[in-house]
Design a protein around this ligand. Sequence first.
Ligand SMILES: Nc1ncnc2c1ncn2[C@@H]1O[C@H](COP(=O)(O)OP(=O)(O)OP(=O)(O)O)[C@@H](O)[C@H]1O
Ligand SMILES: [Mg+2]
Length: 433
Amino acid sequence: MGNCWPKPVDSLPSAAKLSNPIHNDAKPLKPFKNNSNSNSGQKSLSPPCDDTGGGVEEVPPSGRIVTPNLKMFTYAELRSATRNFRPDTMLGEGGFGRVFKGWIDGKTYAPSKVGIGIPVAVKKSSPDSPQGLKEWQCEVKFLGKFSHPNLVKLLGYCWEDREFLLVYEYMQKGSLETHLFSKIAEPLSWETRFKIAIGVAKGLAFLHTTEKQVIYRDFKSSNILLDEEFNAKLSDFGLAKLGPVDGDSHVTTQVIGTYGYAAPEYMATGHLYIRSDVYGFGVVLLEILTGRVVLDLNRPNGEHNLVDWARPYMPEKRKLKRIMDPRLDGQYPLKGAFQAAALILRCIESDPKNRPSMDEVLEKLKQIEAIKTKPKESKDSNRRLRAQRQERHPTHYRHHNQSKSPLSTQHGGSVTATGFAAHQRSPMVKAGL
Ligand SMILES: Nc1ncnc2c1ncn2[C@@H]1O[C@H](COP(=O)(O)OP(=O)(O)OP(=O)(O)O)[C@@H](O)[C@H]1O
Ligand SMILES: [Mg+2]
């Protein structure tokens, strides 16, 4: 895997404080939030970071760097960096809380003015979130410990009273979910889709093969963030868990994660395997091929669940064509798509033992990436595209063709699956099973 360089986190906030509301996990976890507006039908299941490795030390005083990598910010600093968490700096909202864009000095990490220094994403836990502290703790423990080009960089954190915040590198192009499912986002080319798939496969493969194996547990398109060049990085380690030890094949744990992406054996038994993540990867790769979100209750009956719907189409080239994302407009190598479908079928095998490792997945993805679109495939789709455009905009199609990407927004944020700027989106759900 080449360039990965894990570094340890030396010190984290006090376990004593953390133990109050959340370390007492005996009670069943309550739903995080209701997602009445979600049009995808997806649900996240609430999290405990139940075993990230024991003791943690004293609360460090605010504003100092606790490891060479992580800074503990004060609340006042982050308020200033985001201009008092102004609504127009909001990038999105998830189960943990809202995410704001802010600016800090690249060297000292002190808050700076808009456009000066480096942009950051500041995730702020909702005050009413019973799981916020656990997720926050997991994120700091896991993400603070690893550094890899395909994992979002955690720059620091803040904990004051009931406020828990995380500060990440800012990812200009937002989430993969946005680009795949938004009606107004510029369609992703086949090449970009594979660049993204390979990037996150590297991130997962790294986690799975690091000294103490880590199961990511919440692999989904909204947790894949993209930088300016569509380099993909995994974010959200709130549900991550250390892998099995002493020759065990799995860890047994409470069932949490996100409906549709969570592996069936895990949903049924709470047995979590390293290869439970591979299932989630297969689902996301299927989303990448089809441009459809895994669960969507707005689709016709029989099509709500992408995996169930797509499975019979994947073993045959002729049928596969019918479920490929129309926004690809036929500009993909059918041979490559067919091999990708075969890989997906292996990843979503019901028995985790029959799924490939992420290293194998990565190798296969690289081979598929090398398969180029044949000139004929490309010519046919260009002709089709021109005909469609003329049909839609008989007089103006040239003008539309030249229009800028609709992805740029006022504050440089991204557009979401619903076609709104990210900050206008309804929150994702976090709910217990
Ligand atoms: N580092 C970042 N840079 C840019 N945008 C970000 C960053 N982190 C998060 N976002 C934006 O904020 C949105 C919400 O992220 P968040 O991880 O809180 O929720 P989610 O992934 O949608 O749901 P869940 O809580 O289930 O993970 C993302 O979809 C993305 O658009
Ligand atoms: Mg997320």
